[in-house]
Design a protein around this ligand. Structure first.
Ligand SMILES: *Cc1c(COP(=O)(O)O)cnc(C)c1O
Length: 223
């Protein structure tokens, strides 16, 4: 099926209020433009260099989400334009984002990434570290970042029960942090979870942002 057809099919399964980030990593600009012309204006990338190159070449009303692991020394390249950084997993990274956002006179929306999968290799915070971060004086002084919610990735498995439990855990952590630290902040409202193979399960568990690549664009040749 065409990209337009794929997008229409996915959109028809998304409840109102669930945002679709089209994950365009490794895909050429011509492919992204095809989705853009089909009305998709929100894209996700996971490499800084690739994101900057695409930002420069593609229409300026695209909303770019950075969904990968972000190194502190690279924040400056995306700070002028990035709409949301999905994978904040340390106070140190948040500090760099705040600093670069200030230089650009911006407030950058961020999500805290939590480790919910069984796999060892994935990045992410524990609840304890997140609590330390949110109660730190350093965080409380930051004026150029806005934490809008959480992000997580489930284990790569066929076990739907396990995937559901992991998404459920992320939603539970979200509810807890909202009560404890964001009760006066309606902007803390996003749970970014769900990819091509598991986004319907994620929506059942309360996802508000799904990040979908291969179901829109076809399989990637490399990660
Ligand atoms: C690649 C990627 C996705 C999209 O994966 P698909 O399985 O192609 O939908 C979503 N989230 C993150 C963080 C990714 O790196």
């Amino acid at each position: 099926m065409s990209i337009t057809g794929n997008l229409e099919k996915i959109r028809s399964t998304l409840p109102a209020g669930v945002k679709l980030v089209a994950v365009s990593k490794t895909k050429p600009n011509t492919t992204i433009l095809e989705a853009y012309k089909a009305g998709q204006h929100v894209f996700g990338e996971n490499k800084v260099q690739e994101l900057v190159a695409k930002y420069e070449d593609l229409p300026k009303d695209i909303e770019w989400h950075f969904i990968g692991h972000l190194q502190t020394n690279k924040v400056k390249y995306i700070a002028p334009f990035v709409a949301m950084i999905h994978a904040v997993d340390s106070l140190k990274l948040l500090k760099f984002i705040n600093k670069e956002a200030a230089k650009n006179n911006r407030v950058i929306d961020c999500l805290l990434q939590f480790h919910i999968a069984q796999e060892e290799s994935k990045f992410g915070l524990s609840l304890e570290t997140a609590r330390e971060m949110l109660t730190s004086e350093m965080y409380q002084k930051m004026e150029n970042v806005r934490i809008k919610g959480l992000m997580g990735m489930a284990t790569l498995t066929d076990d739907e029960k396990q995937i559901c439990n992991e998404f459920k855990l992320l939603k539970t952590i979200f509810d807890q942090l909202k009560t404890d630290y964001f009760s006066d902040k309606p902007s803390f409202s996003e749970v970014s979870m769900g990819m091509s193979d598991d986004y319907l399960l994620a929506i059942e568990q309360g996802s508000t942002i799904v990040r979908i690549g291969s179901t829109i664009f076809g399989a990637r040749e490399y990660q």
